[in-house]
Ligand binder design. Structure first.
Ligand SMILES: [Zn+2]
Length: 318
């Protein structure tokens, strides 16, 4: 019996090392006292590394650059899932180290610069002018303001305008574009070889970030993801998911939407999410989830003007 156990252990050990992770994940934290960093996923390609999302804070960008250094491989391409600053601010750190890096993203940043980010900058300036604002928060606001004022630092030089199989840094990837979902243009990747799907914020472990979301478009995008035969899905925030995890998350999202669109009390919708998505909410974020959802239900899901706003281009030119 003992022999058998050892044999099984060896077998499992062998299987684990043979199936080394097909990607490198630099997890983004979702702290309570400052803005989050999105997850960064790094893939190997013939011409160098492909970096999917670049985080917000300098420490996160540093971890990406350190990984490339340790691997002795250049960063050949960045793919941004969407323009939110917790996924794009690090583009600038990477571009300074690798000036020829190719940057793939949708053109949704343009509409955001004319609207959401412009208003955000004005609000940020008020916070910056307040002497009571802590230094760390000021540093974060200034870092965000720098890329809003100089969008060329984070802007794509390869605009993704439709879903297509594309060669990025020499590696074939299925590039998908979902319009009017978590943002005006969400880019997600599928790697057929390893059956890995990089979802960006179309899937977020803790709570869907609905700040710039078209709720129905987002539900449609989840349907598109579901039709892809992935084995592992990496969300924009939180731990990698199996297909069963994703199905559970998708159901939780659909239930939340149904609840918010119906006559139920807001608290019932929040409780529903907390139950359906319990697996994806760590103990430290329970209260945060309640507060975030209360805001999103009032200000987004039950605000027809806001839904109309985010279900069409933010700016007429975009
Ligand atoms: Zn995010």
């Amino acid at each position: 019996m003992r022999k058998l156990l050892i044999a099984v252990a060896l077998m499992l050990g062998g299987a684990a090392s043979a199936g080394a992770q097909p990607f490198h994940l630099i997890p983004g934290a979702v702290p309570m006292d400052k803005g989050p960093d999105g997850n960064t996923i790094i893939l190997d390609a013939p011409k160098g590394l492909v970096v999917f999302d670049t985080g917000r804070h300098p420490e996160h960008a540093r971890a990406i650059l350190d990984y490339a250094k340790q691997r002795r491989r250049p960063i050949a391409a960045i793919v941004n899932s969407h323009w939110h600053l917790d996924h794009t601010t690090g583009n600038w750190d990477i571009r300074q180290a690798y000036p020829h890096v190719a940057v793939y993203a949708s053109n949704a940043l343009e509409g955001a610069l004319a609207t959401y980010l412009k208003q955000g900058r004005e609000q940020g300036d008020k916070v910056l002018a307040d002497p009571k604002t802590p230094a760390a928060q000021k540093a974060e606001l200034l870092r965000g303001r720098a890329v809003v004022d100089h969008p060329e630092r984070i802007r794509p030089n390869h605009v993704v305008s439709r879903s297509a199989r594309m060669r990025i840094a020499g590696r074939w990837l299925d590039v998908h574009l979902s319009r009017f979902a978590a943002s005006e243009g969400d880019v997600w990747l599928y790697d057929r070889k390893t059956r890995t799907l990089l979802a960006g914020d179309l899937v977020v472990g803790i709570v869907p970030f609905l700040d710039t979301a078209c709720a129905e478009g987002w539900a449609k995008a989840l349907g598109e993801i579901d039709r892809v035969p992935f084995v592992t899905l990496v969300p924009g925030h939180g731990d990698p998911m199996t297909r069963a995890d994703f199905r559970q998350w998708k159901l939780a999202y659909e239930n939340l939407l149904d609840c918010a669109q119906g006559p139920s009390e807001k608290s019932a919708c929040i409780a529903g999410w907390q139950k359906d998505a319990a697996k994806f909410i760590d103990g430290g974020h329970r209260e945060y989830v309640g507060q975030a959802l209360a805001y999103y239900i009032d200000r987004r899901l039950r605000a027809p003007d806001e839904q109309a706003r985010y279900c069409k281009p933010l700016s007429p030119e975009s």
